[in-house]
Write a protein that binds this ligand. Structure first.
Ligand SMILES: NC(=O)c1ccc[n+]([C@@H]2O[C@H](COP(=O)([O-])OP(=O)(O)OC[C@H]3O[C@@H](n4cnc5c(N)ncnc54)[C@H](OP(=O)(O)O)[C@@H]3O)[C@@H](O)[C@H]2O)c1
Length: 352
């Protein structure tokens, strides 16, 4: 669902006026959402004015077009994520920008090219990075889709392609079916000939998910594993994708077929995953993990480009499109986060 862009709340206007006066004085500055300590976003995030950086030799400067809010951003701001930035840190991990200035000696890219926004924090207007590390975005991908393309779709692709050897017609189950990963899984699985059961927390999500191509959508807490034969026509479930934990993950383990695999890649409920022992013994179920950041580090640039190429091909061919729930300007970061934490179907984006 597209909602109107929320521009110029009262304090946004005061920022705009501040910026006009600094430009009038010949200074060039930009907005940046930073935190000087780890903690709750409502307590530690500050909208700050910083000088626009100049690209050094071999570098380019990138202007933000759109950034995403992801659950892992809260982990990084709060200090609980698997890798953390030095403080003070610019928040945000995902975004798309346009190259807007070239440093000395750069001739491999032209200004205007769309690229992944530099990794050191995407909730800011400009950042510089080495030209050789740029990830170019397929020109046919719309800005909003590019903004949400760098973390969740490649994770979904790896979950389907790299954990177990799935064959056409195989069944998988996933929780958080309405998340960006979940909607990517539904659409990619359909394109790959796989069948999906998606667990959701709200009845109103069933129809929209079926419209995205889900085969079965089940409600959390409805004892759905008891109806598994009905759901899959008796076929076993080969793979379970868990980004929630708690009872939701236990239901998946009950639904897995003999020798099935559960991959945990997120923990939206801050609870330990409890394991029903008998399924490990009698069904030989496997438990594994996945982290896209680690894949990028260990598998290297070529493997990442190959995955991104698959993502952009599916976007280009109309097999993958993620909904955008709303777009906010950077100074409205608290409003944007509040919206992100409310029931939704689609990503909340930030624009300069
Ligand atoms: N390991 C990796 O490499 C990797 C990469 C990407 C994402 N992830 C993980 O994948 C998950 C989804 O990310 P995303 O960006 O796709 O999410 P998203 O679009 O922001 O959606 C969040 C999802 O989490 C659900 N949720 C939130 N709190 C919950 C709770 N307490 N209990 C049950 N469900 C809850 C929401 O359901 P409602 O709509 O009902 O609230 C929604 O389905 C996150 O855990 C994220 O950290 C991991």
């Amino acid at each position: 669902m597209d909602r109107p862009t929320h521009l110029f709340p009262d304090w946004g206007i005061s920022f705009a006026l501040q910026r006009l006066s600094s430009f009038a004085g010949g200074m060039s500055d930009m907005l940046s959402v930073r935190h000087h300590e780890f903690g709750a976003p409502s307590e530690v995030l500050r909208v700050e004015s910083l000088p626009v950086p100049e690209p050094g030799p071999g570098e380019v400067r990138v202007k933000l077009l759109a950034a995403t809010i992801n659950p892992s951003d809260y982990g990084m701001i709060g200090g609980s994520y698997g890798s953390l930035r030095e403080l003070p840190a610019v928040a945000g991990r995902e975004g798309v920008g346009a190259v807007d200035a070239l440093g000395e000696g750069v001739d491999s890219v032209q200004t205007g090219a769309h690229v992944r926004f530099p990794d050191g924090g995407t909730w800011q207007e400009y950042a510089c990075m080495p030209a050789e590390d740029l990830l170019l975005v397929d020109a046919s991908v719309p800005v909003e889709q590019a903004a949400v393309s760098f973390i969740n779709p490649p994770t979904a692709f790896c979950l389907l392609d790299k954990i177990v050897d799935l064959k056409e017609g195989d069944w998988i189950v996933q929780n958080a079916g309405n998340s960006a990963v979940g909607l990517s899984v539904i659409q990619m699985a359909k394109a790959m000939g796989l069948k999906t059961i998606s667990q959701v927390r709200r009845e109103e999500l069933v129809e929209p998910l079926l419209a995205y191509g889900a085969d079965q959508v089940v409600l959390e807490g409805s004892a759905w594993p008891k109806k598994l034969k009905e759901l899959t026509g008796g076929a076993p479930v080969k793979l379970a994708l868990n980004s929630i934990g708690g009872e939701s993950a236990i239901d998946q383990i009950k639904a897995l077929g003999d020798g099935g695999t559960q991959v945990t890649f997120g923990g939206m409920v801050a609870d330990k995953v409890r394991f029903p022992t008998r399924f490990l013994i009698f069904n030989d179920v496997r438990l594994v993990g996945f982290w896209w950041d680690k894949f990028c580090k260990t598998e290297g640039a070529d493997a990442v480009l190959e995955v991104m190429d698959r993502v952009y091909t599916m976007m280009r061919e109309g097999q993958l499109k993620l909904p955008i729930e709303a777009t906010y300007a950077l100074p409205q970061i608290q409003e944007a986060i509040q919206h992100d934490k409310s029931p939704k179907l689609g990503k909340v984006l930030l624009r300069p």
